[in-house]
Design a protein around this ligand. Structure first.
Ligand code: PXG
Length: 478
């Protein structure tokens, strides 16, 4: 038997109907065998995943998922921080269907445009803060940040300041998984696996008070001190060589870390003083997560560029974008040719879904509800459950995003030596209890759909409580 026939024989042995429609029902065992045989998952150890078998999600509605064994699971993560309007909204589905019938694809290169991308751009100009009136489209947050690098470069070229090349970012920031996104991010374990990195990107420390502040320092002092690392780095490199600073207004994948209130005002002051562009990566924070439309509004600063993705389409279809402040847009437009674009920049179906999604967020006042009602309720419930918990050091976040710090001694901010292991155990307790929550190291994070009800919030918090209790029991008694 040659390799090909061997392979076909294997596939047929695990799933005799492999040639039939993808939507065909299979047993969980069949799905797992096929998944293990053919699918490489993102950010995964495939050996151990294949041995354990993946969880197969077959449908979803509102804030709930169902797996192939029929379990009902509450989604405390809105997918990957993206399903802001919840699952199953007919408005988005109909928009995709209508657009596919009308014009499933056309490009926006070569002096063409189409109604969905035109409508989306006008709507984004309405929903973003006043100085943002121009948008460039791509398919993901990573591509958005690649685009940011290109736009920043183009902006300084337009000012005849071509020496401004350095982009300063932060350790434990996350900006995606392309080579540029991964370099911008500050995840050492990602850098280690890259064949090469984008040049001229340097990192400063993150504003993580619980984890990194010296004893005796207040959060406000720490916020200023961490922001001033930016100024020190600019002076070290020479302001004439620094193009931009990029950060997530709050770190998402890094563990839902909200910087002290003093941090962003100081960062903005430093950027203005040294004539450095300020980029807010709003991929997680955008479209209502904090109760503001964009999370930089929560922190009260004004970026020059914003990266958008995830909640732009509520994850129903891939799309990313970059918003340009008027002063950046003007320079880029005046500069002339911008040699950057993707086959699917402004894809009509994605744009139509984005328009339907943004109208739902706007017309159903979903963002306002997060700010005044469900967000405060969520944090009140978290505080009730965890304020005096023996292994919870802090409850961070606002609106419908939260980070729960697991700690050996909450009072003294002493962390577990094996924090990652404890976070993973707690995450597994959540999953076994049919709650999707995420652990990043020793922080449990939650980011439910923005349409979550109070009853669903109760369910999420009570399931998380059971998981944290079980974790505490397992690790504190051993
Ligand atoms: N910026 C930020 C702030 C992000 O959180 C990206 C850029 C990249 O977006 P794309 O669409 O290229 O993935 C992200 C993505 C996690 C997790 O487990 C977080 C992300 C992606 C996947 C998993 O927390 N954030």
């Amino acid at each position: 038997m040659n390799y090909r026939t061997e392979k076909v024989a294997y596939v047929q042995s695990v799933a005799p109907t492999v040639e039939t429609q993808a939507s065909q029902q299979r047993t969980t065992a069949e799905y797992r065998a096929l998944d293990a045989a053919h699918h490489i998952h993102p950010f995964s150890d495939m050996g151990s995943l294949n041995r354990a078998g993946s969880r197969v999600i077959v449908k979803a509605k509102g804030a709930y998922l169902w797996d192939s064994d029929g379990n009902t699971i509450i989604d405390g993560m809105a997918g990957l921080w993206c399903v802001n309007v919840g699952y199953g909204r007919k408005e988005l589905i109909d928009a995709a269907h209508r657009q596919m019938m009308q014009l499933p694809y056309y490009n926006t290169f070569f002096r063409t445009s189409h109604p969905p991308v035109i409508e989306l751009s006008a709507l984004l100009a309405e929903l973003t803060p006043a100085p943002f009136n121009h948008f460039f489209y791509c398919n993901s947050g990573s591509e958005g940040n690649d685009t940011v690098l290109r736009l920043v470069h183009q902006y300084w070229a337009a000012q005849n300041q071509i020496d401004k090349k350095y982009v300063i970012s932060r350790k434990n920031g996350y900006h995606g998984s392309t080579i540029a996104g991964g370099t911008l991010g500050g995840m050492g374990y990602m850098h280690e696996q890259m064949p090469s990195r984008v040049e001229n990107i340097v990192h400063i420390d993150q504003p993580f008070y619980f984890g990194e502040a010296e004893d005796g320092m207040t959060a406000e002092e720490f916020g200023v001190a961490r922001a001033q690392q930016l100024e020190a780095k600019i002076l070290e490199l020479g302001a004439g060589n620094v193009a931009a600073f990029i950060g997530e207004p709050f770190q998402g994948a890094g563990g839902v870390i909200f910087p002290p209130s003093t941090y962003w005002p100081e960062i903005q002051r430093i950027c203005r003083k040294h004539d450095i562009l300020l980029v807010a990566d709003e991929v997680i924070g955008g479209f209502g997560r904090t109760g503001e439309w964009f999370s930089h509004q929560h922190f009260g600063f004004e970026p020059d560029l914003i990266t958008l993705a995830k909640g732009l389409t509520s994850g129903y279809i891939p799309m990313g974008a970059v918003g340009l402040h008027d002063r950046v847009a003007k320079a880029v437009i005046e500069k002339g040719d911008f040699n950057h674009g993707l086959t699917y920049s402004g894809h009509p179906v994605a744009a139509a879904v984005a328009v339907a999604n943004l109208k739902l967020l706007r017309d159903e006042k979903i963002v306002e509800r997060v700010k005044t009602d469900t967000g405060p309720y969520f944090h009140k419930k978290l505080r009730e459950a965890f304020s005096n918990h023996p292994i919870v050091g802090e409850i961070d976040g606002v609106g419908l995003v939260a980070g729960l710090q697991l700690a050996q001694d909450p009072q003294t901010r002493r962390r577990f030596a094996n924090g990652g292991e404890i976070g993973t155990a707690c995450r597994d307790f959540c999953v076994n209890g049919n709650l999707i929550a995420r652990a990043t190291g020793d922080r449990m994070v939650l980011s439910p759909p923005l349409v979550v009800t109070k009853q669903e919030i109760d369910e999420i918090v009570s399931k998380l409580k059971q998981a944290v209790d079980a974790t505490s029991h397992q690790f504190m008694s051993s």
